[in-house]
Design a protein around this ligand. Structure first.
Ligand SMILES: Nc1nc2c(c(=O)[nH]1)N[C@H]1C(S)=C(S)[C@@H](COP(=O)(O)O)O[C@H]1N2
Ligand SMILES: [Mo]
Length: 535
């Protein structure tokens, strides 16, 4: 009995040491990942597990994450989500390190000879190195240098853990162990914690100073189109209310949603768009070859299906690319091909019907946002646009398009989300009453402003209601294009007190927005946006 208790305590102390050593090990691996341009094990661990989890679990997790982020009032939901994912990756990795530390300590106590001790150290190192590399290997991101770096880090981790284990105990002449005094034990652990903290910090600072996040060829300097051009609706009669979100979202502020913590780093020299499957002969295109085809520029609003009513997972910019139907003229599709399956560098995929591609020249392969090459986060070098669909149907980082004889479910459809993912009509109040005005009769008016979006169906009407009053029509600003959101404004005759504002819209096909509240899963959020003010 005493033996089990002791083993258990040794296991816990080992776990604690492993936990404390996760910091320096992670910093070491982070440095290596940046310097050697390989995967960072804690992140790939998270990405790998998230990809393996059943759809309902992932969906629940995403819903509650977005809920928590909004409840905490973060400015940028997508950025906060990435930070939480990164933290979860490091936490998972810390648990792995704790388990290794526990196993290591228990085994080290059992090893009665120096030779056996060395065997334990070797096995410990190998186990940690292999477990740290499995996710990267499974996701096809394990390079030789990355694997070696991980091995070195694992060796260091095990060596320090073994050193700590020795400090915590002294060996009897007969090969058994005597525990040092609890005051000494505490001192050792505190020193370990302090040294770990310093090493972690130093490692992270060095990583920042000496290395760059590897971004492939997408990090481009240059002048955004919007900083040198007036938008096509510059002369529109209806002007946005001050405080309404910008009609053109700066690319740096555009939400980012995808299945990995770090975007895939793609180098343009190696990149090709491959078109194969049910084609007469497969073809590969360089980006320059695609760019030599007729270019289209389109103002487009993109929304995530996980965007809650009134959320910030929606943005508008100017996309440049080529019609997918035009690209298909360069390859001979076989008669039995009915769909295109689009594969991305991060393991994501989606399917679009050839019927839609052929009927709608707006379906395009895009390489620029706001006049600049796509950033690594937003799909460098190539992404697809499919009108009227949520973002989940529109892969970034495209590498391959396969012509198939049947429809297949894509990444999120396999995980229980809507097959069509058609954008649902939504309207949002961005701002109430920043700059009161007086009308001709001297009445005080408070302007109210926001957006409405219904995919490419357009917006026919937006109406605002104050408390239980009548629905009043808002003025619609001419949109950037039929594919973007519409900015609206309403001038409210001021009345003192607390009021609730509600907005609703009717799309260009006469369909009113769904008023019953529902969460984003599985087909996109519905419900009316409300805002309370104390005027
Ligand atoms: N390769 C790839 N493409 C992807 C995704 C992804 O995870 N991987 N996410 C999709 C989702 S869910 C959305 S909402 C949009 C978001 O595009 P953005 O991050 O550029 O705003 O990308 C889509 N394309
Ligand atoms: Mo999304």
């Amino acid at each position: 009995m005493a033996g089990t208790t002791r083993t258990r305590r040794r296991g816990w102390v080992g776990a604690l040491s492993g936990l404390l050593l996760t910091g320096p090990l992670s910093a070491f691996l982070f440095f290596g990942a940046r310097a050697l341009e390989t995967a960072f094990p804690p992140y790939v661990l998270f990405e790998w597990i998230a990809g393996l989890l059943p759809g309902p679990v992932v969906t629940r997790a995403i819903d509650s994450m977005v809920g928590v982020i909004r409840a905490l009032g973060f400015e940028d939901t997508a950025a906060a989500a990435k930070r939480i994912e990164a933290a979860m990756g490091v936490t998972l990795y810390a648990l792995l390190c704790a388990a290794i530390g526990a196993g290591l300590f228990v085994a080290l106590y059992r090893a009665r000879t120096p030779a056996r001790r060395n065997v334990v150290l070797l096995i410990g190192t190998a186990t940690l190195a292999v477990l740290s590399s499995v996710p990267a290997a499974a996701m096809g991101e394990l390079g030789t240098w990355g694997a070696l770096w991980t091995l070195v880090g694992s060796g260091g981790f095990v060596a320090v853990a073994a050193f700590v284990q020795q400090r915590l105990h002294s060996r009897h002449a007969d090969g058994g162990w005597a525990t040092v005094s609890s005051a000494d034990r505490r001192r050792v652990i505190i020193r370990l914690a302090g040294a770990s903290a310093v090493l972690t910090l130093a490692g992270l600072v060095l990583s920042r100073r000496l290395t760059q996040p590897h971004t492939g060829g997408g990090a481009s300097a240059g002048t955004p189109w919007s900083s040198t051009h007036a938008p096509p609706n510059a002369d529109a009669d209806v002007q946005p209310v001050a405080g309404t979100r910008p009609e053109l979202t700066p690319v740096s502020e555009h939400y980012r949603i995808d299945i990995t913590i770090r975007p895939p780093a793609i180098s343009l020299e190696d990149w090709r768009l491959k078109i194969d499957g049910r084609v007469k002969s497969a073809r590969s295109f360089t980006l320059a070859q695609l760019q030599a085809l007729p270019v289209r520029h389109e103002f487009i609003t993109l929304s995530c299906i996980s965007n809650p009513v009134g959320g910030d997972l929606i943005g508008t910019t100017r996309w440049s690319g080529v019609s997918l139907s035009r690209v298909l003229e360069e390859v001979e599709l076989l008669g039995e091909a009915t769909h295109l399956r689009v594969y991305a560098a991060d393991g994501f995929d989606e399917v679009v019907s050839l019927e839609q591609v052929r009927a709608d020249p707006r379906v395009m392969l895009a390489w620029a946002w706001d006049g600049l090459p796509l950033t690594p986060e937003h799909g460098f070098p190539l992404r697809i646009y499919i009108p009227d669909r949520y973002g989940m149907k529109q892969p970034k980082w495209i590498e391959r398009i396969e012509a198939t004889p049947q429809w297949q479910p894509g990444y999120w459809v396999r995980r229980g989300w809507d097959r069509e993912a058609q954008v649902r009509a939504t309207s949002v109040i961005d701002v109430i009453g920043p700059e009161p005005v007086r009308d001709a009769s001297g009445r005080l008016l408070l302007p109210v402003g926001g957006i409405a979006f219904a995919g490419t169906r357009g917006i026919a009407r937006v109406e605002v209601r104050v408390d239980e009053g009548p629905w009043m029509p808002a003025q619609l600003r001419e949109p950037l294009s039929e594919k973007t959101w519409v900015l609206w404004r309403y001038e409210w005759p001021f009345e003192e007190g607390e009021h609730t504002f509600t907005v609703r819209t009717v799309d260009g096909q006469g369909q009113p927005q769904l008023e019953a509240a529902s969460s984003p899963h599985p087909s996109g959020a519905t419900g009316l946006h409300r805002r309370r003010v104390d005027a």
